[in-house]
Design a protein around this ligand. Sequence first.
Ligand code: NDP
Length: 212
Amino acid sequence: MAPKPSIISIVACLMPEMGIGSNGQLPWRLKQEMAYFRQATTNTFGKDTRNAVVMGRKTWESIPAKFRPLQNRINVVVSRQHSEELAPLAPLDSTGSTVWLSNSLTRCLELLPEQVPNLERIYVIGGGEIYAQTSSLCDYMLITEIRPEDEAKRPSMDTFLDSNVVNERFQREESLRGFFPANVKLPESPQIRENGYVYEFALYKVRKAKDQ
Ligand code: NDP
């Protein structure tokens, strides 16, 4: 039997409060962060496997129409207005992407491995409501830890992760080494400076039972 796909939240946070959004959008534009997100969620260790990206209806709507569905990934959009627990909207297109709809976040995470063949990883890609409900279901979190270069230019945020929950359940690993297939290009020095921000890609892993 194929191993159960890991469930991984991937999120960019303004530290230390873990702000993730403002006015339904991201307040920053970070090209290298976007490239990392694309590579991390798309590439697989297996030759014939693929990943799914699961998102809330509002996050789906925040992606510019020309960029969705996200290519080469199974896109799953959850909304209580959908009629099915999990159903494809259309077959795989020429870019290897497709959209599935689900009216239940927990059921979709259970059903995806049963219904999508050769599924390697399930990436939970937001937003706030979805991260809050999946923190107890995820095996890992990939957090891009962002800080403003100039504190006076710190943007105000209105959507946050619960940093207490993150720190209680997960432990920050020293490195990302080995977590991704080799074709995911990671920066040579951990800190990236771009557009007035300094940021770092970090891996958080569920603490062992005795540590919790
Ligand atoms: P979400 O993207 O989390 O979507 C919320 C919607 O998802 C709900 O309104 C509902 O849709 C649906 N939903 C929620 N829970 C369930 C469930 N259990 N079962 C079925 N459907 C469910 O919205 P948020 O407003 O919380 O987050 C959006 C914000 O997050 C934006 O600011 C965005 O930019 C930011 N964001 C930030 C990221 C980052 O990495 N920093 C990544 C992604 C988003 P319906 O109302 O249709 O029923």
